[in-house]
Design a protein around this ligand. Structure first.
Ligand SMILES: [Zn+2]
Length: 54
């Protein structure tokens, strides 16, 4: 996938829901700009580690 999750539009989500599910299933990163989450930093435009407060 060439573009980041942040660039996804509604159409893209519907088209590749399976892929999206995989990316956001157990998110470990959050995009500081878009508030999207993913488990791969490279799919976010400004990915940062999502810290879990225990
Ligand atoms: Zn972003």
């Amino acid at each position: 996938m060439a573009k980041t999750l942040c660039k996804w539009r509604r159409n893209d989500i519907a088209t590749d829901l399976k892929g999206l599910r995989k990316l956001v299933k157990k998110p470990t990163f959050v995009c500081l700009k878009c508030a999207r989450v993913a488990n791969e930093k490279k799919v976010l435009c400004s990915g940062s580690k999502l810290k879990k407060e225990a």
